[in-house]
Ligand binder design. Structure first.
Ligand code: GLN
Length: 549
């Protein structure tokens, strides 16, 4: 294929939200990549926030961070996990960002004399952003997922842009996949096609014809239902693909492949489809994650635990690392706001490992400190991520170094012992959006450390999202008391990793390793953490037997 002539796939959603467009787009990307195509996936989000960085996780789930420091929708995490390819700022477009660019241009005078309007100015800016990835020459196929549901007022400019682009690209250079729901009415025992028909019609009213229907359903679609959907929605029969709930999201590509989904799409794009995909690695991974030999339980201690999507990348990283070790990782969701000295032993009873989650603000902080203390003293394998590492440092300073009032200045600006404090670069920052320490930063690992043996390298790169840091005034004292800074940013001297000597696994990382874990490349830190929890669970079993004897 010629450079710079990528084909475009647009994924829209109908009937209801939360049907899993991100998983369908990711599954398709994975299938096309397995056939030898270079693929990337982009998300268009219809909200007015410039990025989801300022959103409470309860609103929108986890905020995912790319290598180049974009704060994005959690779907970008799925794209990376399925494709094993980094995404970037260009993969994430929001209405807020589009308007921001257009308004900045207007203020600069770029449109001098003209009335600035949704069509053509906003739609042109959306178009420019869709084409950006294509212009890199790095991809054969760009999949663009349009957030929201067809018919929403706020997604109209995106739909109109897609209409224009399809026309500009010409025949066979783009395809529209429409994801809908076929509900089952148990009272009459019927699968209903009408919502899908209406949704396709709404799309048509905007000038877009769906080429392929992917239908979420709880029951297999009988032939006649498929035929009806094809006839009333104007698509070929073989272009109606059912998408049942899968045991694992990583099984979805195979459900779709069995119905020739990838072939249907490649035909629609006039691209060769004779190269058979190689699924060996994925099939082994799936088999191990669905039928593992071992099972362990990890407590995830955080404050957004009622919405599991808030920690999506962490639980997915558990799945990847767990499969590597033939182990199912069960998560016990522990709300840190409820943890006290008197209930911690009960709440964490029986878990084989503890993850102290990232977070912001002071709610639930005390519970996290109590959990860290419990884990440290009881030698339970523990990984602290970002705020989690900061918590470990506070707990250590209070209970080992004896600084009773040690704290982070995020929680207590007046603390006499600020073991965690605001980074210098943050001191004059007043705007909240996009101003944290973001994206990928280099970290140097101390020779002979656990971290160095895990990464098998001295220089690593991990992604960050925080304002506060370990205060180097306390570095020596920590070191002397065996909580050792083993990962340091070589340019700024910032402490990125703390690891406790003589503990099976007690490590805090200022970065977010979970963002880089994929099916093809599970994260070594998670693998090592799960391995430590597995050993802990085996030891517990041996001890229990010993006691009985
Ligand atoms: N609130 C902390 C900071 O800003 C930690 C952030 C996080 O856990 N992502 O430094």
């Amino acid at each position: 294929m010629e450079k710079n002539t990528p084909k475009f796939i647009f994924v829209t959603g109908g009937v209801t939200s939360s049907l899993g467009k991100g998983i369908v787009a990711s599954s398709l990307g994975m299938l096309l990549q397995a056939r030898g195509y270079r693929v990337t996936i982009q998300k268009l989000d219809p909200y007015i926030n410039v990025d989801p960085g300022t959103l409470n996780p309860y609103e929108h789930g986890e905020c995912y961070v790319t290598e180049d420091g974009a704060e994005t929708d959690l779907d970008l995490g799925h794209y990376e996990r399925f494709l094993n390819r980094a995404t970037s700022q260009a993969n994430s477009v929001t209405t807020g960002r589009v308007y921001q660019t257009v308004i900045e241009k207007e203020r600069r005078g770029d449109y001098l004399g003209k009335t600035v309007q949704v069509v053509p100015h906003i739609t042109n800016e959306i178009k420019r952003r869709i084409k950006l990835l294509g212009n890199t020459g790095d991809y054969d196929i760009i999949i663009t997922e349009i957030g929201g549901t067809v018919g929403d007022i706020e997604s109209l400019p995106y739909i109109e842009t897609v209409r224009q682009l399809i026309w500009e690209l010409g025949e066979k250079n783009s395809i529209v996949i429409h994801l809908t729901l076929v509900p089952y009415l148990s009272a009459s025992g019927e699968l209903k096609t009408k919502p899908t028909q209406h949704s396709v019609r709404t799309l048509m009213e905007s000038g877009i014809r769906a080429d392929v229907l992917v239908t979420r359903t709880e029951h297999h679609l009988p032939k006649d239902v498929k035929a009806k959907l094809a006839q009333f929605c104007n698509v070929k029969k073989e272009n109606v693909i059912e998408c049942m709930d899968a045991e694992s999201i990583y099984g979805v590509p195979f459900l779709l492949h069995e119905q020739q989904f990838d072939e249907v799409v490649l035909k629609g794009l006039d691209l060769p489809y004779n190269q058979q995909p190689d699924f060996t690695l994925w099939k082994t991974f799936l088999e191990r994650s669905l039928h593992p030999k071992n099972e362990i339980e990890i407590a995830l201690v955080g404050k957004y635990v009622t919405l599991h999507d808030s920690y999506k990348s962490i639980t997915e990283a558990f799945t990847h690392a767990g499969a590597t070790l033939d182990t199912k990782v069960k998560v016990r969701w522990v709300y840190s706001g409820d943890l006290t000295e008197s209930n911690v032993a009960d709440e964490l009873k029986g878990v084989h490992g503890i993850l102290i989650a990232p977070g912001f603000g002071d709610r639930g902080i005390n519970g996290k400190i109590i959990a860290a203390n419990y884990a440290r003293r009881n030698r339970i394998p523990t990984l602290g991520i970002c705020l989690g590492m900061q918590i470990m440092a506070i707990e250590f300073a209070r209970n080992v170094l004896g600084y009773e009032k040690a704290d982070s200045t995020e929680m207590d600006t007046q603390t006499p012992h600020p073991v965690i404090s605001l980074m210098d670069a943050q001191k004059n920052v007043t705007e909240k959006g996009g101003t944290m320490r973001l994206g990928s930063w280099v970290c140097e690992l101390i020779e002979g450390s656990k971290a160095a043996s895990i990464y098998k390298s001295q220089l690593i790169k991990e992604r960050h999202r925080h304002r506060y840091e370990f205060n180097n005034d306390f570095k020596e004292e920590f070191e002397q008391n065996n909580f050792i800074p083993t990962g340091i940013n070589p340019e700024t001297e910032l402490v990125e990793i703390l690891e406790l000597d003589q503990h099976p696994f007690y490590m805090g990382v200022q970065f977010h390793p979970e963002y880089k874990s994929t099916v093809d490349s599970p994260h070594p830190l998670f693998i090592q953490f799960i391995e430590a929890t597995l050993n802990h669970s085996l030891n517990e079993k041996i001890n229990a037997k010993g006691e009985k004897l």
